[in-house]
Design a binder for this molecule. Structure first.
Ligand code: N0T
Length: 517
């Protein structure tokens, strides 16, 4: 049976983010699917400009385009909507057979409000700004204004309504990002008079309870982080109401992306937007925003330890690993394998349509294309396996040139990085030139292993504690066809398996059947 075959009698179900048996997954047409995303630059969703970005988008081999919808463009006058951008995004994306994630650039874009319509920017009396500690207006809409909330909510609802009518049965759009890197710059919290009153008052009982705190005011409950937690609650409640209204008309999965508190960035409101879903206030966000299905990380760290540390903060029982942005950098895509070992549901890279001649972009494009093309070619079996804990990875690092993967049933895979394509495995393998090798191993339902990797040797070993010896019965190189059926191209044998399974720079896909004698 194929992995891709769809039950043809049922109407395709809406995309959904599910949590089953402790595993998150993004469901597309009712089956787990891995989102591999490419995001265009901020000002390239304009239909004419977008047409020129397609070669770059396609060259990444992503399966999903992430593209902004600008409130400023969508609602040129209060209550008047111009859907031409959304329609062009849908049409162009469909013509290229990709999926689409819409990024709602509404009240927030990178901790500011530049995407609000002109009629909002020019009317701070009706649409009040957050105030700094010195009482100065900031480039942020105040969350304390029902008028602000109402305006954003109405526009987002109009967007979702239109999307439902254009895409409600086709599902080109798989998710919606509500706002972009929300939070406040120029202050840790809003200092409007209403805000001061609320800050002096009690923490909402539902929040205190959820966090297991006694009742108290913000300072009593959150100590040094009180102002940031307060701003997070206000921001998350506002965004949750926007998301809830949109979901009421068209319930697509939603997420919020986060400008992270990491690297050397420690000061809320200065180094990163205060009140965004940083690790410092993630619990507050989870309590405040039940209509946001995932908190995403805009993870620009190419340093593997830092990357893994952040994934560890966000991959929790109440949140999937969701890589909403990474740098378009040749050193990033190898970290997909770390994300996958945390069962990530999405991995998307930002800014793929820069200068087509820049050497750095060309290198990044090549590096992403290699991993995205391979992973998308096994998307359905891989995503299904992720939801069942049947995926294992090993990743090379400087100073780590070997790895062991326990496969259960007496089997293990001994991985080494940098050995020759054949010949004995050196006792201390040198590692690959850039220490970027990796292995991905999937237990398939029929008991075989799907194995792929780059710059790595995999030696399958069985102990004979039960008196039986292990053998490779067949190692077939191949691919999955459009229906999800395995197509074998050749068998690896002889030198191709006597010295382990050797994966070079271009990843190949093996399906290995092992047994005992
Ligand atoms: C991202 C992108 C875009 C340690 C920046 C990251 C995108 C937004 N913001 O290229 O603007 O729309 O979501 C902000 C990280 C700032 C640098 C932190 C230095």
């Amino acid at each position: 049976t194929g992995f891709g075959a769809m039950a043809s009698t049922q109407a395709p179900s809406l995309p959904e983010l599910t949590l089953r048996q402790g595993h998150y997954s993004l469901q597309l047409d009712g089956r787990p699917w891995l989102l591999l995303g490419a995001q265009i630059h901020n000002s390239n969703s304009w239909p004419q400009v977008l047409t020129t970005s397609w070669p770059a988008i396609m060259a990444t081999h992503a399966n999903t385009l992430l593209a902004p919808v600008y409130w400023q463009q969508l609602e040129p006058a209060p209550g008047h909507y111009d859907y031409s951008h959304i329609d062009a995004l849908l049409a162009q994306t469909r013509a290229h057979h990709l999926h689409l994630v819409l990024l709602w650039f509404g009240s927030w874009k990178n901790g500011q409000m530049q995407y609000a319509p002109d009629w909002i920017k020019t009317d701070p009396v009706r649409y009040p700004r957050a105030l700094s500690a010195k009482g100065q207006p900031l480039t942020d809409l105040s969350t304390f204004s029902q008028t602000n909330l109402q305006a954003d909510r109405q526009a987002f609802t109009a967007l979702m309504n239109h999307l439902k009518s254009m895409d409600g049965t086709r599902h080109t759009v798989v998710m919606v990002q509500v706002e972009n890197e929300p939070g406040l710059f120029g202050a840790v919290r809003d200092h409007r008079p209403e805000a001061d009153v609320a800050f002096a008052g009690p923490v909402p009982a539902e929040l205190a309870q959820r966090l297991g705190h006694n009742a108290g005011n913000w300072s009593q409950v959150f100590g040094d982080r009180a102002e940031e937690a307060f701003q997070a609650w206000q921001t998350a409640r506002y965004i949750d109401q926007v998301a809830a209204a949109g979901k009421a008309v068209y319930p697509l999965p939603t997420y919020v992306n986060t400008w992270l508190h990491y690297k050397n960035k420690h000061q809320p409101g200065l180094d990163y937007p205060s009140g965004g879903a940083t690790d410092t206030v993630l619990d507050v966000w989870k309590a405040a925003a039940p209509h946001i299905d995932a908190i995403g990380t805009d993870l620009y760290a190419t340093d593997r330890d830092e990357f893994d540390r952040v994934i560890g903060q966000y991959h929790r029982a109440d949140n999937p690993a969701f890589i909403s942005e990474t740098g378009f950098d040749a050193a990033m895509p190898r970290l997909i394998y770390d994300a996958l070992s945390a069962s990530a549901v999405a991995f998307s890279t930002f800014g793929i349509d820069g200068d087509p001649a820049s050497p750095a972009d060309l290198a990044a494009r090549q590096a992403y294309a290699t991993e995205f093309a391979l992973l998308d070619s096994i998307n359905r079996p891989l995503a299904q396996a992720l939801t069942e804990g049947r995926v294992r990875t090993d990743i090379e690092a400087a100073g780590k040139t070997r790895g062991d993967i326990d496969l259960g049933h007496h089997w293990k895979a001994q991985v080494s990085y940098g050995p020759p394509p054949w010949g004995d495995t050196p006792p201390t393998p040198a590692g690959s030139p850039h220490h970027d090798g990796h292995v991905l191993l999937v237990d398939l339902p029929d008991g075989s292993w799907l194995i792929t990797g780059s710059r790595a040797r995999v030696e399958l070993r069985r102990d004979h504690a039960d008196g039986r010896h292990g053998q490779i019965i067949r190692a077939g190189q191949g691919h999955f066809d459009a229906e999800g059926h395995w197509v074998m191209e050749r068998l690896w044998n002889g030198d191709e398996i006597d010295y382990g399974l050797n994966f070079g720079d271009r990843p190949s896909l093996l399906r290995v059947v092992a047994g005992t004698y």
